[in-house]
Design a protein around this ligand. Sequence first.
Ligand SMILES: NC(=O)c1ccc[n+]([C@@H]2O[C@H](COP(=O)([O-])OP(=O)(O)OC[C@H]3O[C@@H](n4cnc5c(N)ncnc54)[C@H](OP(=O)(O)O)[C@@H]3O)[C@@H](O)[C@H]2O)c1
Length: 313
Amino acid sequence: MKAARISEYGGPEVISIEEIAEPGIEPHQVLVEVHAASINPFDGKIRSGAMKDYIPLTLPVTLGGDIAGVVKQVGSDVTGFAIGDEVYGQANAVSGSSGGFAEVAAAAAANLSTKPSNVSFEEAASLVLVGASALQAINEHIKLQPGQKLFVHGGAGGIGTVAIQVAKQIGAHVATTATGSGVDLVKALGVDEVIDYKTEDFSTKLAEYDAVFDTVGGDDFAKSLGILKKGGIAVTMAAQVDEATASELGVTAIAQMTATTTEVLDELRALVETGVVAAQIDKTFSLDQIADAFRAKEEGSVNGKVVIAVAEE
Ligand SMILES: NC(=O)c1ccc[n+]([C@@H]2O[C@H](COP(=O)([O-])OP(=O)(O)OC[C@H]3O[C@@H](n4cnc5c(N)ncnc54)[C@H](OP(=O)(O)O)[C@@H]3O)[C@@H](O)[C@H]2O)c1
């Protein structure tokens, strides 16, 4: 089978498409014939070596996490999946799976669920980590209620686009940051207020918010605590949390680590099948073009997701 692998850390040029043996499965795993995969910023951080001190990997390794495909084989301890099932989920090598950018992947059953029936494999693959991240933040941490005010920092990104759709369905007032063509995208998703982050400062325009969902990170997260009302909550995907500042302001600040579980993927599937969440795919590449897909994600302007079509549909 073909797989996109690295033998050294670096830019997109270190990725090679190699012919390797199909992975075997452990008792808790499922073998998936991958039809589509999607790129997350984490995949680039693994490839570049930015995470190597925290997540040591033995190279060579197959890159990729998000997948959608068809079950080929089921581990002896696995219940709930059968050969031929259409599934979506994560197959990241850093979690002990075999890597998603490949024609076949061995993935833990605990990170898979039934694929939403009303969308393509590419759409399903595009939603995995971003959908789980948005749902975990909005439902588990923020517990967003109708009428509350939510600021989504980075609304035109992978997580941001799902978060906006979920929050609008709940009935929240949603403000977000975006720029360029991202402004039109977030408006189409129904946001109430858009702030162009290249020309405006959100912290001077928003006040008395119930919640912040930060998908950008950096110093903006600390700044975003200032727009919250007392008792408000801020969740970040990408920043360090300063507990002391949060407690001085009387707000809660949480750094989220997303767990892509079967349960959260079940929740996501229900939202996709009822039309609440639609995939936002900007660009699609083949597995052979994966270095270009990373370049598009890291050097170009992408709204929503970059997807890898692994098998012909
Ligand atoms: N902790 C975890 O478990 C976990 C899980 C998943 C993801 N993450 C992290 O969460 C972050 C977001 O993930 P993602 O998949 O949504 O990434 P993404 O698709 O790349 O989206 C990021 C968005 O942020 C926007 N942006 C960049 N700089 C900005 C600024 N100064 N102000 C406002 N918006 C800005 C980008 O817009 P432009 O196109 O205009 O630059 C883009 O739309 C990444 O850092 C990722 O590594 C963490």
